[in-house]
Design a protein around this ligand. Structure first.
Ligand SMILES: [Mg+2]
Length: 350
C-alpha cells in the first residue's frame, strides 16, 4: 500500500503506533497543533513545540514566489500553530534542502524574509541544517513557544452549548491560489492562467494574493484568547474551516453547526468561488491557508471575548455557530434552511 492510498490521517496513526509511549513530562503529544511539554523556563510555564515544512511543487512554485515571502511564510505557518495554543513563540531551528543549481541570492532572500518575520514576533533562530537535494527545494522549520500551563488551549475542550468563533476572514488565500493555479486551487504543481477574467475587482485580487503569499499569523490574538481563560478549545484554520472545525469537534467529542450567513467571507470571494467551483462557500469551507483562529467558549463569554480581541489587536472576531451534543446532526446551515455536511478536510495526500 502506498502512503497516498493510506491517506494522511491513517498514516499518522500507523506511525504513532511504532513509537514508544511518551513519559509524564509530555502533557500533550501527537495529534494536536502543538506538543505541550513540562519543564518550562519558570514555574507555571510549559513549552510548546511544532514543525511545518514548505515544499517546492506542493506548497509553492519557485518561479512564482518571492524568496522573502517564502521565508516569512515558513515561519508564519508555524507561528500560527503556536498561536492556536495561546502561546508566545520563542526559538526556531531551520532545515534547508537545496538543489545545487539554486541561486545563492534566493536563499539570502529567504533568510531576509525569515529574519524580518522572526524580529516581528520576537523569535530567535538558534540553529539549522543545510543539505543537498536532487531537485525540489524545501524549508522545514521547528518552532518552540511557551505559555502559562492554565492558559494553553487544545483542540479538545469544546462543550455542547459553546459558541464557535473565528478571527478575521475566510477563503481569501484559497481565492489567491485559484488565481494562480486554476479552480481546484490545491496543488501548484501545474500553473494555469485562467482563460476568462474573474468577475472580481482588482483590489480584491490584491488582497487575495496578499493573503496567499503573506499570511498573517494571529499570535497576539491567540495570546489574548488564551490569557482570557474564557475559551474552551482552539485550532488554527490551516486546512480549511470545514476540516479544521471537524478536527476540533472530533477531539472534543461533540457535534457542531455553523451558519453560512454568519461566515466572515468577502462578497467577492463568494463570487469567485461560484465562478470557479460552482459553490460560493467552497473557498471559505475547504480552501485552506487562512491561518485564522477558530475557538469555542461558553455563550455568555462570546461577546466579551470577541470585544477583547478586537480592542487589543484590531482583528474582528465573528460568532459563526454552536457546539452540539454528540450525535446531533450538524454541518453548515445554508441561508435557504438546508443543513449540509461539511465534507472532508484537506488530506495532504488526497
Ligand atoms: Mg494547526
Amino acid at each position: 500500500m502506498t502512503v497516498g492510498e493510506l491517506g494522511e490521517f491513517a498514516l499518522i496513526r500507523v506511525l504513532q503506533g511504532l513509537l514508544p509511549a511518551s513519559g509524564p513530562e509530555v502533557l500533550v503529544g501527537i495529534g494536536d497543533d502543538v506538543a505541550v511539554l513540562e519543564g518550562g523556563r519558570q514555574d507555571g510555564l510549559v513549552w510548546l513545540a511544532t514543525c511545518d515544512v514548505q515544499v517546492e511543487g506542493s506548497h509553492f512554485l519557485r518561479e512564482a514566489v518571492a524568496p522573502e515571502d517564502l521565508g516569512r511564510k515558513v515561519l508564519a505557518v508555524n507561528l500560527s500553530d503556536i498561536a492556536s495554543a495561546g502561546g508566545t513563540p520563542r526559538f526556531a531551528l531551520v532545515s534547508l534542502g537545496l538543489p545545487r543549481d539554486l541561486e545563492a541570492a534566493f536563499v539570502e532572500g529567504l533568510y531576509r524574509g525569515l529574519g524580518q518575520e522572526a524580529a516581528r514576533f520576537g523569535v530567535q533562530v538558534v540553529g539549522g541544517n543545510v543539505s543537498r537535494v536532487p531537485q525540489g527545494l524545501f524549508i522545514d522549520l521547528f518552532l518552540i513557544g511557551e505559555a502559562p500551563r492554565e492558559e494553553v488551549l487544545l483542540r479538545s475542550g469544546a462543550r455542547p452549548g459553546d459558541r464557535i468563533l473565528v478571527t478575521g476572514t475566510l477563503g481569501d488565500a484559497a481565492a489567491g491560489v485559484a488565481l494562480l493555479v486554476g479552480p481546484s486551487g490545491r496543488s501548484p504543481a501545474g500553473t494555469r492562467v485562467p482563460q476568462e477574467p474573474f468577475p472580481v475587482p482588482q483590489d480584491y485580487l490584491l488582497r487575495a494574493t496578499g493573503r496567499r503569499d503573506r499570511p498573517e499569523p494571529r499570535v497576539r490574538e491567540g495570546r489574548v484568547i488564551g490569557a482570557s481563560r474564557l475559551a474552551t478549545a482552539m485550532i488554527d484554520v490551516s486546512d480549511g474551516l470545514a476540516g479544521d472545525l471537524g478536527h476540533l469537534l472530533q477531539c472534543s467529542g461533540v457535534g457542531g453547526r455553523i451558519e453560512a450567513s454568519r461566515l466572515p467571507v468577502a462578497p467577492e470571494n463568494r463570487l469567485l468561488a461560484r465562478a470557479t467551483t460552482g459553490d460560493e462557500w467552497h473557498f471559505a469551507l475547504h480552501g485552506g491557508e487562512d491561518y485564522e483562529l477558530l475557538f469555542t467558549c461558553p455563550p455568555e463569554a462570546a461577546g466579551l471575548l470577541a470585544d477583547r480581541v478586537r480592542e487589543a489587536t484590531g482583528t474582528p472576531v465573528t460568532d459563526i455557530g454552536e457546539v452540539l451534543e454528540p450525535g446531533t446532526p450538524g454541518g453548515l446551515l445554508l441561508p435557504d434552511g438546508r443543513l449540509v455536511e461539511f465534507g472532508g478536510g484537506w488530506d495532504h495526500f488526497g
